[in-house]
Design a protein around this ligand. Structure first.
Ligand SMILES: Nc1ncnc2c1ncn2[C@@H]1O[C@H](COP(=O)(O)OP(=O)(O)O)[C@@H](O)[C@H]1O
Ligand SMILES: C[C@@](O)(CCOP(=O)(O)OP(=O)(O)O)CC(=O)O
Length: 200
C-alpha cells in the first residue's frame, strides 16, 4: 500500500470512558490491517507533552490503570487550556505523519475535535459513537468521578452531533461483526480506491 498525504476515509470515534472505543477501533484495525488503517489518538500527544512537563511516566499515562486516572482531571484542565488557544492543536499533532488511506481517530471528546476533521476533510470524515450501559461500563472498571464524568471531556459530544453510526457495545446487542459491517465495507472501498489512484 502506497503512502498517501490525504486519507480516503476518516472515522472519528467517541464514547464514554470504558464504552469500548479502544476495543472497537483495535478490532477494526485488525480487520483492515495496519497498512490500510492507522489508529490516531488525540490523547497521545497530550499525554506525551503533559508527562514531559510534569516528569511523569508516559507509558503509565498511555495505559488503562489507576496512574492515568490519578492525573486525568488535571490532564483535562491542562489540555483544555491549550485547546482554548488552538482547538486543532492535538488533532494536528495526532495526524502528523499518518499515511494510511483509512484513519481511525479513537478518542474524540469535543465538538471542536469533530469540527476540525470535518472542516479539513469534509468529504472523508464520518463520526461513530460507541455506547453501552453504565452497568456494563462499571463491570469494565468504570466508576463516576466528579470533575471528569460531568466535564466536557466526557459530556462534550452528548448532544449537537448527528453521528453517522452508533455502535452498541453490549453483550446482548448485535455482534460487533454485524454492527461494523457497513463501516468495514466503506473502509475497504476507500482502501481499494486509494490503491487504484496510486497505481496510475
Ligand atoms: N465487546 C467487548 N468484549 C470484551 N471486552 C470488552 C468489550 N468492549 C470493551 N471491552 C473491555 O472493556 C475494557 C474497556 O474497554 P476500552 O476499549 O478500553 O474502553 P474505552 O477506550 O472506551 O475507555 C477493556 O478491558 C476492554 O478490553
Ligand atoms: C486528558 C484526556 O486526553 C485523557 C484521555 O485519556 P484516554 O484517551 O486514555 O481515556 P479513555 O480511553 O476514554 O479512558 C481527556 C481529555 O479531555 O483530553
Amino acid at each position: 500500500m502506497e503512502a498517501t498525504e490525504v486519507p480516503e476515509l476518516i472515522l472519528v470515534f467517541s464514547g464514554k470512558r470504558k464504552s469500548g472505543k479502544d476495543y472497537v477501533t483495535d478490532w477494526i484495525q485488525r480487520r483492515l490491517g495496519s497498512e490500510v488503517c492507522c489508529i490516531l489518538r488525540l490523547s497521545g500527544p497530550l499525554k506525551q507533552q503533559y508527562a514531559q512537563e510534569h516528569s511523569l511516566e508516559l507509558d503509565q499515562l498511555l495505559g488503562s490503570g489507576p496512574y492515568k486516572e490519578r492525573y486525568r482531571a488535571d490532564m483535562i484542565h491542562w489540555g483544555e487550556t491549550r485547546r482554548r488557544q488552538d482547538p486543532g492543536f492535538f488533532c494536528r499533532l495526532a495526524t502528523r505523519g499518518a499515511r494510511q488511506p483509512v484513519w481511525v481517530v479513537s478518542d474524540a471528546r469535543r465538538l471542536s475535535d469533530i469540527q476540525w476533521f470535518v472542516s479539513k476533510f469534509p468529504q472523508q470524515t464520518r463520526s461513530v459513537r460507541v455506547q453501552c450501559s453504565e452497568e456494563t461500563r462499571t463491570q469494565r472498571g468504570w466508576s463516576f468521578t466528579a470533575g471528569v464524568d460531568d466535564a466536557e471531556s466526557e459530556c462534550g459530544l452528548d448532544s449537537g452531533v448527528q453521528f453517522d453510526w452508533i455502535i452498541t457495545n453490549e453483550a446482548d446487542a448485535p455482534s460487533l461483526d454485524e454492527q461494523l459491517q457497513p463501516i468495514l465495507k466503506l473502509a475497504e472501498e476507500a482502501a481499494s480506491s486509494s490503491s487504484s489512484i496510486n497505481r496510475r
